[in-house]
Design a protein around this ligand. Structure first.
Ligand code: 26Q
Length: 822
């Protein structure tokens, strides 16, 4: 391959289109009529599409200019490799970033539409499960806003995260056909299609110089076609790229079969290839070893690395020994870490490098982020699967391992136990490749996502590796983007803050500190409460529409939304709800504060216990909401189909943020940060980023409870949940009511598994150990809530202290310590 000529950057490669209200009006009309072929009075979704195309035109010049300014020889670039990008909607985000709010409103006015109702018609791009995928989306936003040359690489799933609806209290999954009406935000770039090999076998030979070489032969190749999505920065004219790969069959693949007269086999082969990017795997913790998942992972890694090399050459570079000076790949968890072996393959087999040179390049441009401490989430793949699907990659992994174990044995001669622990291959009945170990060995940086998480990783799971390479390990506490999570989601509070401190805080969140002196001013309190009140009315309408439950915006909104998982302890929340119900029933109302409890989240389709927890929440909600004795003191709702777009309504309306995971289990959490920024007060355990939230806001403005991570581990061997029940009459009352069948009158036994789990001495999540502490913390919440001034001050101080949790800060730390981009 010959190196392309360097691109000389013209000042502007494309002039921006005019963007006033009048011209936008014309363009929306033109798109609706002449592009979409829809007349006035057509369904409003076409007005959404026409506006989207109109805005896309305004992004295009900035997008191209950003690209050409960056595309210079020797310029260093970053790539974020992730199987998930949980983007949500794009339209309002671009309107905000481009500063086109007034113009867009004017354009829609002539169609009799508001920006809000039109924006509602965009489906979420739900290309992720939860925290890890949404983090990737927030990172992309901040990189664009900071003008960092970072490109996201992911998969163009035909079906994103399933949609959830509730039938008789149970979760039902529906396919998410998010592309049904087309996607105005994507640009297909078939000119950059890559080939990704699978299967076949390896052959070994000596090249002309007598050097041993390998080739991977008789592969079944799949085409990777890129779809680019623009990622606009906040009012800085930078537009970065999220490149998503879609799988397609190769033409000759089809033709061979077709000529042999087997049409259906040809179609089957095509199907087999296209399956790779068909659907997002909907489980967010335990890994289930499915071949298709490994195909997805390799497909992403291979296409992205080939593409990054192509881009690097196209920018005028050719000396491969400098590749690591110019490129850095951040791997989002172990999911894309086959990239370590794939880059070695490309450098050795395709580029003809020698092992040591190739390893020097690879291990200097890869970086790995871990997102979990749960052992069941650590990815391992059977060697036999690798042998069949990726034989050349397995050879390379074996060679990496052999050389690595030599290094280990040099440092610790004779320590075979340590070698066994650190080997990239786990020996046993089924030999498996340990993807986290491959990531650590192949990377120059390994980070966790909150201070506690990084410390626990370094002291526990990764300890052997820390002893070998202490300099590799670091922490990067997560964040969230204040553009989406405050400026867009909470316009009322945004306007109020901007009136007080100007608008610069949106791109420099530490400036929220300036609100602190206002936390004692009655006039500001009144405005703050009015903004919160309006947000609570919005959520009340949503809950009414989705759940049929009537919330009262005057009372405390107590919210837990996140994936349903035992470690996140939605069960602890439900036990508290049952306890509150008991208090009403028995007239124990001293210190009572009325509340509305909202819970939402999806369960992995195969996670039986999580699905049963959803059923329990719904049954408890039905009983509580329909019991006349409750008389509006307590309302409970399960919000179906929790997603990015729901959080945009929920976070601004929340008073109390539930972050109640078993200590040591939630790597970071990011919902906790969205709530805090929007002025919710946290009730939480000493876990993940809760600890840093507590540090930032102070213990007077946070309801802390529960065992610490070390205490959880110390208790494990002698945990006796029944003893807690015996000691605590109110806990006994809760367990007895649950066991009595009060919440499952016509459905005998359905909650036995839940009772068995919380009363088992082997309950890993120790729900009952923290029950009393949680109830007491909730009593303090009720007391604080009664004092309106006090609560409002806490709320303001939470927002004012949330500056650290902007992904702008997170990205600057990644850049300063890891990426070093200009
Ligand atoms: C792995 C193999 C096969 C199929 C699926 C998976 C898989 C997919 C998604 C495993 C894990 C995930 C997602 C994990 C996740 O969202 N972790 C969360 O990451 C957040 C961002 O760092 C943290 O804030 C959360 O604490 C963490 O739980």
């Amino acid at each position: 391959m010959s190196a392309n000529k360097p691109v000389t950057p013209p000042q502007l490669v494309l002039e921006p289109l005019p963007a006033g209200g009048e011209v936008l009006t014309q363009d929306v009309e033109r798109y609706q009529l002449y592009h979409l072929g829809r007349m006035q009075g057509c369904p409003p979704v076409y007005t959404y599409q026409a506006l989207a195309w109109t805005l896309r035109d305004r992004l295009m010049s900035d997008w191209m200019n950003t690209y050409f300014v960056r595309d210079q020889p020797g310029k260093r670039r970053g790539y974020y490799l992730s199987l998930e990008f949980l983007i949500g909607r794009a339209l309002s985000n671009h309107v905000l970033n481009l500063g086109l709010d007034a113009a867009a409103r004017e354009a829609l006015h002539s169609f009799g539409q508001s920006l809000e109702t039109v924006a509602e018609l965009e489906p979420d791009a739900g290309l992720g499960n939860g925290g890890l995928g949404r983090l990737a989306a927030c990172f992309m936003d901040s990189c664009a806003t900071l003008n960092l040359p970072v490109m996201g690489y992911g998969l163009h799933y035909q079906y994103g995260m399933f949609r959830q609806h509730i039938e008789n209290g149970y979760q039902i999954e529906d396919p998410d056909n998010w592309l049904r009406d087309g996607n105005p935000w994507e640009v297909e770039r078939s000119e950059f299609t890559c080939r990704v090999p699978f299967g076949g076998h390896t052959e070994h030979y000596y090249d002309k110089a007598g050097i041993p070489r390998a080739r991977w032969a008789d592969t079944s190749d799949v085409l990777a076609v890129p779809y680019d999505m623009p990622i606009s920065g906040y009012r800085n004219r930078a537009v970065n790229t999220l490149r998503l790969w879609k799988a397609a069959a190769t033409d000759e693949f089809d033709l061979d079969e077709f000529n042999a007269g087997s049409y259906s086999e040809a179609v089957q082969a095509k199907n087999h290839a296209e399956h790779i990017s068909m659907v997002l795997y909907p489980n967010d913790s335990s890994e289930n070893g499915k071949e298709l998942r490994l195909r997805q992972q390799y497909f992403l890694a291979s296409a992205s690395l080939q593409d990054a090399m192509r881009q690097w050459r196209a920018a005028g570079n050719s000396d491969l020994s400098k590749f690591a000076e110019h490129n850095v790949f951040q791997m989002n968890d172990t999911h894309p870490t086959i990239a370590v072996a794939e880059l070695m393959r490309l450098l050795l087999d395709r580029e003809g490098m020698l092992w040591d040179e190739a390893w020097a390049v690879t291990s200097r441009c890869m970086a790995y982020t871990n997102h979990t401490l749960l052992p069941e989430a650590l990815e391992r793949w059977p060697v036999t699967l690798f042998e069949r699907l990726l034989p050349r990659l397995l050879e390379i992994i074996y060679e990496i391992n052999a050389r690595f174990l030599r290094e280990v044995s040099l440092k610790w001669p004779g320590d075979s136990d340590r070698q066994r622990r650190m080997s990239l291959i786990e020996e046993g009945a089924v030999r498996q490749v340990r993807m986290a170990w491959l990531a650590i060995v192949g990377s120059f940086s390994v980070n966790g996502v909150a201070a506690l998480h990084s410390r626990l990783l370094q002291e526990g799971l990764f300890r052997d590796f820390v002893e070998l390479w202490p300099e590799k390990f670091n922490n990067k506490t997560n964040g969230v983007t204040p553009r989406r999570w405050v400026a867009h989601a909470n316009p009322g509070m945004t306007a109020l803050i901007t009136r007080q401190i100007g608008e610069d805080w949106i791109a420099d969140l530490s400036q929220l500190e300036k609100l602190k002196p206002l936390a004692g001013q009655p006039a500001f309190h009144a405005e703050w409460r009015a903004a919160k009140r309006a947000n609570k009315e919005r959520l009340t309408a949503l809950v009414k529409a989705e759940c049929g439950v009537t919330f009262d915006p005057e009372v405390l909104f107590d919210v837990q939304v996140k994936r349903i998982h035992e470690y996140k302890r939605q069960l602890l929340n439900v036990l508290h709800v049952i306890h509150l119900y008991n208090r009403i029933k028995h007239g124990r109302l001293e210190g009572w504060a009325d509340r509305c409890v909202l819970i939402g989240g999806k369960a992995a389709p195969g996670y039986v216990m999580a699905k049963r927890i959803i059923k329990l929440i719904n049954n408890v909600a039905d009983v509580v909401n329909s019991d006349p004795a409750v008389n509006g003191r307590l309302k409970v709702a399960f919000l179906p189909n929790y997603r990015v777009t729901s959080m945009e309504i929920i976070a601004p309306a929340t008073d109390l943020s539930e972050q109640i995971s078993t200590a040591g289990k939630e790597a970071s959490g990011t919902g906790n940060m969205k709530f805090m920024m929007n002025g919710a007060v946290t009730i939480g355990t000493y876990d993940g980023a809760n600890i840093e939230i507590l540090d930032a806001v102070g213990e007077d403005n946070f309801f802390l409870f529960g065992l610490k991570a070390e205490e959880v581990e110390a208790l494990r061997s002698r945990y006796q949940p029944l003893a807690y029940i015996e000691r605590d009459p109110e806990l006994r009352e809760v367990i007895d009511l649950l066991a009595s069948g009060h919440f499952n009158a016509c459905e005998p036994g359905i909650f036995d598994m839940i009772l068995a789990s919380v009363t088992s001495p082997h309950d890993p999540w120790m729900v009952l150990a923290d029950f009393r502490g949680y109830v007491e913390a909730q009593e303090k919440v009720a007391e604080a809530w009664q004092d309106r001034e006090r609560w409002t001050r806490m709320s303001i101080l939470n927002t004012a202290s949330s500056g650290f949790f902007s992904t702008d800060r997170t990205m600057l730390e990644y850049n300063d310590d890891i990426w070093k981009l200009k």
